[in-house]
Design a protein around this ligand. Structure first.
Ligand code: FES
Length: 335
């Protein structure tokens, strides 16, 4: 659950894109390729803090344009001259990662959106536990750089299938030194890290950040809450929107302030249906992670599927319209 709200204002229009050149492309691990991106015309790029990501706009060989989010894994900076990303080859994806692996070489140009950050470190944390699985190391590495630079107390736990699957290990060792622990599970999470030991006991000012496969995020979160961590002390981020469920059917949404009734077809998000009907509402990630689209529910029962809202926000009647649906045939929203 990511209760960090975006450090950019809710975007209802596309941000201006930055044209970058691939200055360096190299294998980082089995199925992981790293890229250093620089301004096409030279000069510095917009600054970023640990946890930030960029949306990369990729034109596929069939001319389809897709947008993929990648965490920035280089040292955070106010004036970086390059952005470093690492891309996992997703065999069953829609082609974005395959194109970056197979079709992109040094010297090629790409369009990216300026960094956004829904996964910022808490500046008042006194002890930070960083947990990464596989490609989830990317934002966690940037966090290690930032915490080390600030001389803060932290530890980093990084699990991968095998040593050959472990990307950016040298950088992790440089950033975290003896504070880093490495685990290899051979593909069976039960053989990886002992989360009870990793999490230890909760304490005032102690925060946990986890990024990686959904199973690791859920296990870390459940285990932390069971050990007494507060919901606001456990932070995660995953760039995969929740898949539709087989029982998802059409619903009706009434935007009360706008006076518009919107039929939401099966397979269409509430947010997209609202926008298509002309209802004004902020949004950004459309993945349930930023919370920008959160709307107040006046009537009906939402079926929450986001990873942004806290329990208390849900209890107060908020819902993320980009990914959540309804348990009732209709919802009335304060929009
Ligand atoms: S737009 Fe980000 S959570 Fe809905």
């Amino acid at each position: 659950m990511n209760e960090n709200k975006p450090s950019v204002t809710g975007a209802t229009t596309e941000p201006e894109l930055i044209r970058v050149r691939i200055a360096r492309a190299r294998p980082e691990a089995l199925d992981v390729r790293g890229f250093d991106l620089v301004q096409e015309r030279g000069g510095s790029l917009p600054g970023f803090k640990a946890g930030a990501h960029v949306d990369v706009h990729i034109t596929l060989p069939d001319r389809r344009r897709v947008v993929r989010s990648y965490s920035l894994c280089g040292p955070p900076s106010d004036q970086p001259y390059s952005y470093r990303i690492a891309v996992l080859y997703e065999e069953h994806g829609t082609g974005g990662s395959r194109h970056l692996h197979e079709g992109m070489r040094e010297g090629y140009v790409l369009d990216i959106a300026p960094p956004k950050n829904y996964f910022e470190l808490k500046s008042d944390a006194t002890h930070t536990v960083l947990v990464a699985g596989g490609i989830g190391i990317t934002p966690i590495l940037a966090m290690a750089y930032e915490l080390a630079e600030q001389d803060k107390l932290f530890e980093l736990h990084y699990v991968a299938r095998t040593a050959d699957h472990m990307a950016l290990r040298k950088e992790v060792e440089e950033a975290a030194g003896k504070r880093a622990r490495f685990y290899f599970d051979g593909g069976n999470p039960a053989n990886g890290m002992d989360l009870g030991v990793v999490l230890g006991s909760p304490a005032e000012g102690k925060h946990v950040y986890v990024c990686g496969p959904k199973g690791l995020i859920e296990a870390t979160r459940e285990r932390a809450l069971a050990r007494g961590y507060g919901e606001g002390a456990v932070h995660s981020e995953i760039f995969t929107p929740p898949a539709p469920l087989p029982g998802d059917g059409p619903i009706t949404v009434i935007a009360r302030r706008s006076g518009i009734t919107v039929p939401v077809a099966k397979g269409t998000s509430i947010l997209d249906a609202l926008l298509a009907a002309g209802v004004k509402t902020d949004f950004d990630c459309k993945m349930g992670i930023c919370g920008t689209c959160a709307a107040q529910v006046l009537e009906g029962t939402p079926d929450h599927r986001d990873s942004s809202l806290l329990k208390s926000e849900r209890a107060a009647g908020k819902m993320c319209t980009c990914v959540s649906r309804a348990l009732t045939p209709s919802l009335v929203l304060d929009l």
